[in-house]
Design a protein around this ligand. Structure first.
Ligand code: MN
Length: 307
């Protein structure tokens, strides 16, 4: 049984760049708002409430204590606020839309959602759309950037401070997790993926099978066993030709129509219960085009159609 949510979208901004190596993604929530996200959603018939941004201390006022888990303390502190806010939104039967910020945001979003699911006896499933797997740990990370770790941590692998964050673990079972559009995975991260064994559709799979067949298969499987489907959309899943303004651009991503078709298919399913959009980086962008594209993709995932 998929949980149905009232048609109020609650926007939560999480302007974090502490989990990323490159600066600029802290401006992501602004860029998405400026791209007209709210009016796009209102045009689809949703009520929209923007709850504003969660306050995050800037990098310049902090020190790196552990180079394998950079800015851990501030990330944990602010993610806790994010988790609490998203949980409250779900309790109000509204649809939470989290705007990042780097993908370390997922630590808080998944914790809040998983906590809500736990209390209401709902099975959580996650569709992770990303060029990366974000399944490093403090032991395998080449960079120490926490945005490369949230998915492993949420499934119970990693530093205890991340794994046990928000008081329980794991947040997500690997069999209820599917990664789509992966094409850049660190050598030791592969071992973590093999260990936990979520379903992974790489870009090679997208080439061979087509994005529609993949997402249809995933949604069909999820509908049978999942109560709450969360979509975690890293905009770097899209090819840099269409979205250059992202945290970590990797060539060979989803093209314009593949990205829209993926989102349109999610909308057709009518089964997405929460959405997070991460890694829009205005500093690398051209005239906010990547944020506009991301805002259009959000609209597609929430019901915008060609006809
Ligand atoms: Mn990511």
């Amino acid at each position: 049984m998929i949980k149905h949510i009232e048609q109020t979208v609650s926007i939560i901004g999480f302007p974090v760049d502490l989990g990323a190596g490159r600066r600029g993604v802290d401006m992501g929530p602004s860029a998405l708002r400026i791209a007209g996200l709210e009016s796009k959603l209102k045009a689809l018939g949703y009520k929209v409430e923007d709850t504003g941004d969660i306050n995050i201390e800037i990098m310049e006022r902090q020190k790196i204590i552990n180079p394998k888990l950079k800015y851990l303390d501030e990330i944990l502190k602010t993610s806790k606020k994010l988790a609490a806010r998203i949980e409250k939104v779900l309790e109000q039967n509204k649809f939470p839309l989290c705007l990042g910020g780097d993908h370390s945001m997922a630590l808080g979003t998944l914790a809040g959602i998983a906590s809500y699911c736990r209390k209401n006896n709902l099975t959580l499933g996650v569709i992770w759309i990303d060029a990366h797997a974000d399944m490093n740990t403090d032991e395998t990370t080449p960079s120490g950037n926490i945005h490369g770790m949230p998915l492993a941590a949420s499934m119970g692998l990693g530093h205890p401070e991340l794994v046990d964050f928000y008081g329980f673990a794991p947040k997500l079972k690997p069999e209820n997790c599917t990664i789509i559009a992966a094409r850049s995975i660190d050598p030791e991260e592969r071992i973590n993926i093999k260990k936990l064994n979520p379903t992974v559709y790489t870009m090679s799979d997208v080439d061979k099978l087509g994005i529609h067949r993949i997402i249809s298969r995933v949604l069909k499987q999820f509908k049978e066993k999942i109560d709450h489907i969360h979509v975690s959309f890293d905009v770097d899943s899209v090819d840099p030709n269409f979205a250059p303004g992202v945290g970590t651009p990797v060539p060979g991503g989803l093209n314009y129509r593949e990205a829209h078709l993926l989102m349109e298919s999610i909308a057709e399913c009518g089964c997405m219960s929460s959405l997070g959009v991460a890694e829009v980086n205005p500093i690398l962008d051209v005239k906010n085009n990547s944020a506009k594209f991301a805002a259009d993709l959000i609209a597609s995932s929430m019901g915008q159609r060609i006809l």
